[in-house]
Design a protein around this ligand. Sequence first.
Ligand code: HPA
Length: 274
Amino acid sequence: MHETTAYLRERFTPAPGVILILGSGLGGMADEIVDPVAIPYEQVPGFPRSTVVGHAGRLVAGIVNGVEVVAMQGRFHLYEGWDPSVVALPIRALAALGAGALVVSNAAGGLRPGFQAGDLMLISDHLNLMGKNPLVGPVAVGEERFPDMTAPYDAEFRKIAADVAQEEQIPLQEGVYAAVLGPSYETPAEIRMLRLLGADAVGMSTVPEVIVARALGLRVLGISLISNLAAGISPVPLSHAEVMEAGARVQEPFGRLIRKLLPRIASTNLASEA
Ligand code: HPA
């Protein structure tokens, strides 16, 4: 972790204030970064390689709309077999550099009636159904043993995102994200169960990073791309190709939303009490 931080501190100057995790199909946003410094994951000490098709696997630091950001193009998933501490490492290292906010995106299956493939959903809350928690083990420096999770997704950030979406006329749903381990997609019976539990969307990422970010006191904004309707709701079998294709379709409004909201979240007091 120290080695990772030291390596990134040398290369990312000034230190990025906002971490941007770009989900499946949404990695194109990194092309908008001005004065980019890009580092493939395999060059970063402590980072393993990302294994999913469609994830480039690199950090790109630079400026978006006047804000110093670092984008993760591709992320580490528990279903790849990584230990939760590996999934948490980029957040811990970038927070140690000084980042105070996390803007996290993902692709997810839509459960709520009325959702359509290509919708964007502001994450209001989550269900951790992965059976794992990245904070298990000794308490890491600067983290809490028992972080409060009453409001993992920052209310002020959500208001900013909703305001920007309205100004830009970008339809933005809001709902609960359920995280499962994967990598198989759900059965129709599992989707019926998730609906009973209160989920609006289901995916295989995000929650570990958000838990670590909250333990460190970072403020979090989460956005799901509803890339497909969930199993049993969708009339067709699910495929990763469908997920990537939906990402390509919303790339433009997603990019516009993020670009416009960044200066507004950066002008708030970034790191809050965990
Ligand atoms: N289920 C789980 N994860 C996903 C899905 C899904 O339907 N779509 C994209 N990621």
